[in-house]
Design a protein around this ligand. Structure first.
Ligand code: TXA
Ligand code: MG
Length: 317
């Protein structure tokens, strides 16, 4: 049963946000740890609570296109088309910020800001009620697994968050696609809920950040090790498991190479898999085992966002 926060909860949480406090809230991708994006003191607390390096910029959440337009130096025609098609939804647009509006610590000193209008009704109601844009990274400690339920948030951040709005499990399950429109051509900084093909249908050719010269694009959230469980994670092919220790196998299509292994069966389709991924990793991480082996999904484009998260979860540094 998913509790639905009522108006009173949302008004209470909005009041906290206006007073510089932190509120975790549901979005369709993952839970966010929100603060008033116009209040640099509140934003500083996000970095402290997450133990996030100051070099990693936050996404600013808005409740309408008009709200986004007030925060940027210019709103390109392409931003309008993309927002019209994909907002509310799992797409973050990086644009040049308007001087003097969004504090520097929100954007890690960059001249650009990532903006997103989330599709979750509780998130939208909260932003409306607060009357300010909300800076919100995923509501977990830096580099750990992202939360897709209120309980994940509670277990990761505990008493360090002033209030948690419980909107049930997130439907998309992995973070938004981050697309920069701050360069001459659109650049995909992070694969996510909206695929590159879907973007290209609206925007024409979209470059991958990796294809751009190193250093040209500040995308500090792209650290190799990210989205990681505490337990050692292996991304494995053809059911091949580590030889030693006790583990859990997240099976997609290949049976494990030996019997008597604890198995979590993952959904077959990519969107269902994405929705289940963090929840299953949290579950496996709580399983008191030596390793988690993940049966690699196919290396096709529909799996690119899931594969990106799995590779980072398996990265050792
Ligand atoms: O789905 C999501 O995007 C979730 C929910 C809560 O909205 N948020 C999220 O935030 O995943 P976070 O902080 O975990 O990831 C933010 C990503 C990072 O990859 C960061 O580098 C990128 O957005 N980003 C934010 N602002 C940017 C900017 N100005 N330039 C380049 N990248 C930016
Ligand atoms: Mg995150």
């Amino acid at each position: 049963m998913s509790p639905t926060p009522g108006c009173a909860d949302i008004d209470y949480a909005a009041g906290l946000l206006r007073n510089g406090r932190l509120v975790a809230f549901p979005t369709e991708t993952v839970y966010g740890l929100g603060a008033n994006a116009l209040d640099s003191g509140a934003v500083a607390r996000i970095y402290a609570v997450k133990r996030r390096p100051a070099t990693s910029p936050l996404i600013v959440h808005v409740a309408s296109i008009e709200m986004a337009q007030l925060l940027v130096a210019d709103w390109p025609e392409l931003a309008g088309r993309l927002a019209k098609k994909f907002w509310p939804g799992p797409l973050t647009l990086v644009l040049h910020k308007l001087a003097g509006k969004i504090p520097d610590n929100v954007t890690a000193g960059l001249a650009t800001v990532g903006l997103r209008m989330p599709a979750h009704p509780v998130a939208l109601a909260l932003i409306e009620a607060a009357g300010v844009p909300l800076a919100a990274p995923s509501a977990n400690r830096f580099s750990e697994l992202s939360p897709t339920t209120a309980d994940h948030v509670r277990r990761s951040l505990g008493g360090d968050v002033d209030y948690i709005l419980d909107g049930g499990p997130c439907s998309v399950g992995i973070e938004s696609t981050v697309l920069s429109l701050a360069e001459s051509r659109p650049v995909l900084l992070r694969p996510g809920g909206i695929s590159r093909a879907e973007l290209e249908a609206v925007a024409g050719p979209v470059e991958l950040a990796g294809e751009v010269e190193t250093g040209a694009h500040p995308a500090p959230g792209m650290h190799a090790r990210h989205y990681s469980p505490r337990t050692l994670l292996y991304l494995t092919a053809d059911g091949k498991l580590p030889e030693r220790g006790r583990g859990i196998y997240l099976q997609h299509s290949h049976p494990a190479d030996r019997p008597n292994i604890q198995i979590i069966q993952m959904p077959t389709a990519a969107t269902d898999y994405a929705a289940a991924l963090y929840g299953k990793l949290h579950e496996a991480d709580g399983g008191n085992v030596d390793w988690i082996a993940v049966d690699s999904p196919p290396h096709t484009t529909e799996w690119s966002a899931v594969l990106d998260r799995l590779r980072r979860a398996a990265a050792r540094e």
